[in-house]
Design a protein around this ligand. Structure first.
Ligand code: FAD
Length: 398
């Protein structure tokens, strides 16, 4: 077995892993070449833009860069897949057979999309009316369906599991609905939002605006509905009503599916996982409750907040600072307040910027009411946020 060691090992080179590595290097030059990032993926994706790609308002190539181009200078990269952890020995093993030892470990391996948990979905996704913005390889199928839609039932789903960006399943629906008006098929179209959630959004302030939009634009909502199977041959989607337990079959002409998601399997079965399978972490310091040299952030962390890149923007500095405190044997003074944000695109040129904390209390950045639809916020999402991501967040500057 090959062996490697590093002072700090980061599992996952996504939004969380790269942000923490850059922060650490920026704050402590002595860490140069003492940080090892492990991730088998050769490409890095800016996933928030997939909503606009699916709506035909951005190119998917804009969202993809070589992983090597975002690994910060001074960090090393091992392009292998971690398979197991032995935190008692400060060790992990990769599928390729490398044993890696560390002083500090950061786990940022994201969320797992469980397409096969919905019978019929894996076989049909990306084909014949079944589409999703949730994976790079399928995002084009969303725009193909919207662009070529000739009327009928257009269904948008949201599962009964945690998902990344809880607003994304409905954002694409607002774009599609507006496009159907433009293409002249809205009159012969039923737009249906079938969601396992009990309401359109969890934060009251933004929920009120969204309820108004849904009513005004004649979108049909079906709450507490979880997609349980797809019969693509007959274009039927089967939902379970979570209140009554009864099945309901809806026919579709297009269906945008947000798949069930969960903790990545290799994390779920590891000694670092909390009972629910996500990586255990103190909700303020982001430190593991049992293994003090382990930290976690992003979609895989067991934190009671929305899983978004915006949340990671606030978590990454906390993880980096607390590792530096721990190295100096000082108390972990950096605290994460649960901040998360969801730029809810409501049309081509309008957006509600939801920002909230652990208590679902709005914590807004701008000196105006962010629950109102605005063109300026849409332009920010489309042009400013991607630039801030690549040039600011991933470089440890914000
Ligand atoms: C359609 C869509 C719209 C979204 N919209 C928004 C938005 O508007 N605003 C917002 O803030 N967020 C949005 N998000 C969510 C945001 O993209 C994620 O929350 C964020 O990317 C999560 O970062 P992460 O570092 O936790 O995981 P990721 O960025 O997904 O990275 C995880 C990394 O871990 C690696 N990994 C996995 N398994 C292993 C292993 N065994 N060994 C080593 N490495 C491994 C993966 O290869 C990957 O590179 C959206 C997401 C989607 C899909």
């Amino acid at each position: 077995m090959r062996t490697q060691k590093a002072r700090i090992v980061i599992v996952g080179a996504g939004s969380g892993g790269i942000s923490v590595a850059s922060r650490l290097l920026r704050e402590n030059k002595q860490l140069e070449h003492q940080i090892l990032i492990i991730d088998p993926q050769k490409k890095h994706y800016y996933q928030p833009l997939w909503t606009l790609v699916g709506g035909g308002a951005a190119q998917k190539e804009q969202t993809e860069r070589d992983q090597s181009s975002v690994i910060p200078e001074g960090a090393n990269w091992l392009a292998e897949r971690v398979s197991s952890f032995t935190p008692d020995k400060n060790e992990l093993i990769t599928e390729e057979g490398t044993k890696v030892t560390y002083e500090y470990l950061v786990v940022a391996a994201g969320i797992q999309l469980n397409w096969s948990k919905v019978p019929g979905l894996k076989e049909s996704i990306g084909t014949d009316g079944v589409c999703s913005n949730y994976e790079y390889q399928y995002v084009d199928s969303t725009w193909e369906n919207i662009k070529n839609f000739k009327g009928g039932n257009a269904i948008f789903t949201m599962p009964n599991t945690p998902v990344k960006c809880g607003g994304a399943p409905q954002k694409i629906m607002y774009l599609a609905e507006q496009y159907f008006r433009k293409s002249g098929v809205r009159d012969q179209t039923k737009v249906i939002f079938a969601t396992a959630s009990p309401s359109i959004f969890s934060v009251e302030k933004y929920r009120k605006t969204l309820e108004g939009i849904i009513q005004e634009r004649e979108i049909e909502t079906k709450f507490q509905r979880h997609l349980t199977s797809i019969d693509s041959k007959n274009k039927n989607a089967v939902f379970t009503n979570l209140e009554t337990g009864k099945e309901e079959v809806l026919s579709y002409d297009m269906i945008h599916v947000t798949p069930p998601m969960g903790p990545p399997e290799f994390l779920e079965k590891s000694p670092l996982a909390a009972e629910n399978g996500w990586i255990a972490a103190d909700q303020y310091t982001l430190q593991h409750p049992v293994y003090g040299n382990v930290f976690s952030l992003g979609d895989c962390a067991n934190l009671p907040t929305s899983k978004t890149g915006a949340a990671i923007r606030k978590q990454a500095p906390v993880v980096a600072e607390n590792i530096l405190y721990a190295m100096n044997n000082e108390p972990l003074a950096a605290k994460y307040d649960g901040y998360s944000s969801c730029p809810i695109v409501t049309g081509y040129g309008s957006l509600i910027l939801a920002e909230f904390d652990y208590d679902n209390y709005p914590v807004e950045t701008f000196p105006f009411d962010q629950s109102k639809e605005r063109l300026s916020m849409y332009l920010m999402k489309k042009h400013m946020l991607p630039a801030l991501y690549w040039n600011g967040m991933l470089k440890g500057l914000m």
